[in-house]
Design a protein around this ligand. Structure first.
Ligand code: SAM
Length: 285
């Protein structure tokens, strides 16, 4: 059975183009970049600009379009925080969608992938690549302003927490939250639909959620989930993320070298790690 199509009635982002052929549709982004292609995609001239083909088998957002994702998408003039940019296949299309007036802050922690990302970003004027761990949002807080959207595609067991923590620090009220949920990364204790339900339950307090979509057959075991950030959603919660600038020791735990249960032995090796400390929330960089 063919998957359902992107809802016809829904307005597409201004720089997204759908072309209909006899028995199929193709997706294109109106590019702000310069050739050559980033990953072998097609470039064609159309009207005043140039379109780049967007392949659902290479990109989870394009696959989500194919299966009827009706939640938020990057749109012209917006700023997006992109977690897990890898070599930039999807990043380049997100950058096309937000256009020259928008910006994409592309976080990637693998130096190898990052080097390949650097191979094309200088041809896109609106991408800021940042080599960093998305689990440590304070390490790039100075370089990322408040954003209109957060997209996460990190394939980690704690992908939901990573996405939430970044959204809490940088996503404006009413902003879009998109997460390519890879259930295979979340453990074998439960089937994919159970992982999906757990993820939705974690997000529900903070977002008006869109209907999740399965990304089969292009990305098996993946869902696109997300929604719009509710106003004041984080207000009741203290910030418990340790700051990388001052993480070293907690006032409430014994110093690891002093707390011994014998000469030179630590009584609790776990206490050698930095403990969470409350700090101010939502500081702008
Ligand atoms: C599935 S790939 C992303 C594909 C990419 N979004 C695309 O569509 O072109 C996942 C990427 O997330 C990166 N990643 C995993 N954990 C990360 C973390 N904690 N911080 C930053 N990047 C991470 C990996 O290095 C990998 O490049």
């Amino acid at each position: 059975m063919r998957p359902p199509r992107y809802p016809v009635e829904r307005a597409l982002p201004a720089r997204l183009v759908r072309e209909r052929h006899e028995d199929r549709e193709t997706w294109w982004t109106r590019t702000v970049g310069a050739p050559p292609s980033v990953y072998g995609e097609r470039w064609i001239e159309r009207g005043p600009g140039v379109l780049r083909s967007w392949d659902p088998s290479r990109s989870k957002i394009a696959a989500a379009l194919e299966v009827g994702w009706a939640g938020g998408l990057p749109d012209e003039g917006e700023r997006w925080l992109y977690l897990g940019a890898a070599t930039g296949t999807t990043t380049s299309h997100v950058a096309d969608l937000v256009g020259r007036e928008g910006a994409v802050f592309a976080i990637e922690r693998s130096p190898r992938a990052f080097r390949r990302l650097l191979g094309w970003v200088d041809r896109w004027p609106n991408v800021l690549p940042i080599l960093a761990d998305a689990r440590a949002p304070l390490s790039y807080a100075q370089r990322v302003p408040w954003v209109d959207g957060v997209y996460t595609d990190v394939a980690q067991p704690d992908q939901v927490e990573i996405a939430l923590e970044n959204a809490r620090r940088r996503l404006r009220d009413g902003g879009s939250f998109l997460l390519a949920l890879k259930t295979a990364s979340m453990g074998r204790d439960a089937p994919a639909p159970v992982h999906l339900e757990r993820a939705l339950a974690s997000l529900e307090p903070y977002f008006d959620l869109a209907e999740p979509v399965r990304l089969n057959p292009w990305h098996r075991g993946h869902y696109m989930i997300g929604g719009r950030a509710r106003a004041g959603r984080w207000a009741a919660e203290p910030d418990l993320t340790p700051s990388p600038a001052r993480p070293v020791r907690s006032r409430w735990l014994p110093h690891p070298r002093r707390a011994t249960d014998g000469p030179g032995r630590r009584s609790d090796r776990g206490s050698g790690r930095s403990a969470p400390r409350p700090e101010r929330r939502g500081t702008k960089s």
